[in-house]
Design a protein around this ligand. Structure first.
Ligand SMILES: NC(=O)c1ccc[n+]([C@@H]2O[C@H](COP(=O)([O-])OP(=O)(O)OC[C@H]3O[C@@H](n4cnc5c(N)ncnc54)[C@H](OP(=O)(O)O)[C@@H]3O)[C@@H](O)[C@H]2O)c1
Length: 317
């Protein structure tokens, strides 16, 4: 099968499309014929081995895992002996953070997969796992958002942000969203009640008062969180130094602030699938690339200016 492989850390130029053996299914996993992928900042962090502490997980001197890629959608070709939720022929989507998804076939543990909604397209469902799970878990598990509460979403126009705005609205929150001027109309179209352009108004001077502040971009200071919110969730980071400073200040403050890494599970994936089925969430795909152009897709999202998501297609059918 064809797959994008890497043997050293570096930019998208270190990725090679080559023939590799098809992976073998294990007891608690499924073999998936991949139809589509999406790109996430995690892909270029893992590809570059940055920030450096990521190398403790992904390989100290060179990458442990040969095939890059996390988000996928596709069709189940084989199931392991203990797999109970999926059958051959099921249309599924999911996330393998340790890699393997930028390939014609992948093996994934059943608990990181969910069934696709009836009639959903492979390209749109490949865009959901990391960004959708992060949005859902930031608002619910971490942010404890309740109906009628107000939420500020900083970084509302990208992959995570565009899902966060829609999920918060679906949960009955009052949403104020922060993005650049060029994305104001896009973010309004997602349902935000109020939109702030960070290139017109300094968010660090903003005097709003919110039940929850979700910082997806990762440039808010600890003072920004305490000035604007009653509780906060830190999703992304601009520099490691900035994130460490915010969390260190958080450790010595009573302000409820959490930082987390989203975890895939079937329950949350199928919650997202149901919201898509019920048209509570729409996946916005800014760009589609053919699978051969996966390195270009990674280069594009590395600019951190994506509107919605970027999908990569292995097979249109
Ligand atoms: N904790 C977790 O589990 C987790 C999971 C997924 C992602 N993340 C992190 O979350 C962050 C966002 O991920 P993503 O997938 O949404 O990335 P993305 O799709 O590449 O989107 C990046 C977004 O950042 C926005 N942005 C750039 N400068 C900004 C600024 N000064 N203020 C506010 N927004 C700004 C851009 O909007 P404009 O073009 O409008 O400026 C763009 O929409 C990344 O740091 C990623 O590593 C964390």
């Amino acid at each position: 099968m064809r797959a994008f492989t890497k043997t050293k850390y570096g930019g998208p130029e270190v990725l090679t499309l080559e023939d590799v053996p098809k992976p073998a299914v294990s007891e608690d996993s499924v073999l998936v014929k991949v139809k589509a992928n999406s790109a996430n900042p995690a892909d270029w962090h893992i590809l570059r081995g940055k920030p450096w502490f990521a190398r403790l997980t992904f390989g100290l001197l060179r990458p442990k895992d040969k095939i890059l890629g996390a988000d996928f959608s596709g069709i189940v070709e084989e199931v392991g002996e203990s797999v109970g939720q999926f059958q051959v022929g099921d249309r599924i989507f999911g996330e393998t953070l340790m890699g393997g998804a930028f390939a014609e076939y992948l093996v994934a543990k059943e608990q990181v997969c969910g069934k696709m909604p009836q009639g959903a397209r492979f390209d749109e469902m490949a865009c959901v796992p990391i960004a959708g799970l992060t949005a859902l878990q930031a608002l619910t598990t971490q942010g404890k958002l309740k109906k009628g509460e107000s939420v500020l979403i900083n970084g509302a126009s990208g992959g995570v942000g565009h899902f966060t705005v829609q999920i918060a609205k679906a949960f009955g929150a009052k949403v104020t969203a922060v993005c650049s001027t060029k994305n104001l109309d896009f973010v309004r179209s997602l349902g935000a009640d109020l939109v702030i352009a960070y290139d017109r108004e300094d968010i660090h001077q903003h005097q709003g008062d919110y039940d929850l502040v979700v910082d997806i971009h990762g440039n808010l200071s600890h003072r920004d969180f305490t000035r604007m919110g009653k509780r906060g969730v830190l999703v992304g980071f601009t520099t490691m130094g900035h994130m460490m400073t915010v969390m260190l200040k958080g450790a010595f403050s009573k302000f409820p602030l959490t930082q987390f890494t989203a975890r895939a599970n079937t329950n949350d994936l199928e919650t997202l699938a149901a919201m898509i089925q019920d048209s509570e969430i729409k996946v916005h795909i800014e760009k589609r690339y053919a699978f051969r152009e996966i390195p270009r897709a990674i280069s594009y999202i590395e600019k951190m200016r994506t509107r919605g998501k970027v999908a990569m297609i292995w097979d249109e059918d």
